[in-house]
Structures are given as structure tokens and as C-alpha cells.
Design a protein around this ligand. Structure first.
Ligand code: MG
Length: 158
């Protein structure tokens, strides 16, 4: 049995915040604003995993109104979703990620994000793909007002 899941997230860019993508700290003058560490990659990935297993979304388990989630490492969200799907007998088959960011250039960082995602997910790096797209200087991505991420995952269960 297989199940596909999709996740999407957007956060605004703000001066004075750290930029964390897929658990990797990226050197940039601005970071993503949010209640947690605002890691769009881990948020979209968590939602995709929960979605594939029919388990709702990240906000169900971790409301952004809860002070306990403030500045939280988003790997906590991901680990929670992995625990939930494992309980139901699901395992991850593969993950495909697109990061939408006008700047900085992510070409040199993509492989580090990919390696870290494979590590966090406990799957071989050959089952993780990370792509980066600019906004072609149009829209909120292109004006570098925000970054977005889309993730598709495939789960399997025997
Ligand atoms: Mg988010």
C-alpha cells in the first residue's frame, strides 16, 4: 500500500532573524519570521507526511498560539510526525522538496539540506531530492518578501 502527501509553507523574511532551511543555518542578512524557528522546509515536510497518513496538519499538534512552541526547533514537529506514522506502520519511500527563494542563491546549500533531511528522516540520501527556484523577481517570492516551500512525500506500508 502506498500513500502520497503534499505540504506547503510560506513565511515572511525579516531582519534580525536567523535563516534556517531544512535544519541548516543559512548565512543571510534576513531570516524567516514565525512563532517557531520558521523553517519552511521542515514545516512543509511535516505537513506532507501527516497528509499522506491522513493525520491532519502541523497546526493540529502544535498550535502557533502555544507559548511552548515559541522559537522551537522545527525538527521537533518532524520527529512527532515520524513517530505518528511509524505507529500506524507507515515508512517513508521518498521525498521531493522545492524551495522558492529569490535570494540567497541556494545552489551551494541544496546538498547540505538534502543530507540533513535524509539524516532527520532516517532514509538514504538517494530518496531525498531538493530543488530551488527563484520567483523571477515577480510576486512576493520575487520581491524577496517571503520564502515558500512545497514538498511531496510517498509513504509505504506492507
Ligand atoms: Mg510554517
Amino acid at each position: 500500500m502506498i500513500r502520497v502527501g503534499i505540504g506547503h509553507d510560506t513565511h515572511r523574511l525579516e531582519a534580525g532573524r536567523k535563516l534556517i532551511l531544512g535544519g541548516i543555518m543559512v548565512d543571510h542578512p534576513r531570516g524567516l519570521s514565525g512563532h517557531s524557528d520558521a523553517d519552511i522546509v521542515l514545516h512543509a515536510l511535516t505537513d506532507a507526511i501527516l497528509g499522506a497518513a491522513g493525520l491532519g496538519d502541523i497546526g493540529d499538534a502544535f498550535p502557533d498560539t502555544d507559548p511552548a512552541n515559541k522559537n522551537l526547533d522545527s525538527a521537533v514537529f518532524l520527529r512527532h510526525s515520524l513517530g505518528q506514522i511509524a505507529t500506524l506502520g507507515w515508512h517513508l519511500i521518498n521525498v521531493d522538496v522545492i524551495i522558492f527563494a529569490q535570494e540567497p542563491k541556494l545552489g551551494a546549500i541544496k546538498s547540505r539540506i538534502k543530507d540533513n533531511l535524509a539524516c532527520l528522516l532516517g532514509i538514504d540520501v538517494s530518496n531525498v531530492n531538493v530543488k530551488a527556484k527563484t520567483g523571477e523577481k515577480v510576486g512576493f517570492i520575487g520581491r524577496a518578501e517571503a520564502m515558500s516551500c512545497q514538498v511531496v512525500v510517498l509513504l509505504g506500508r506492507s
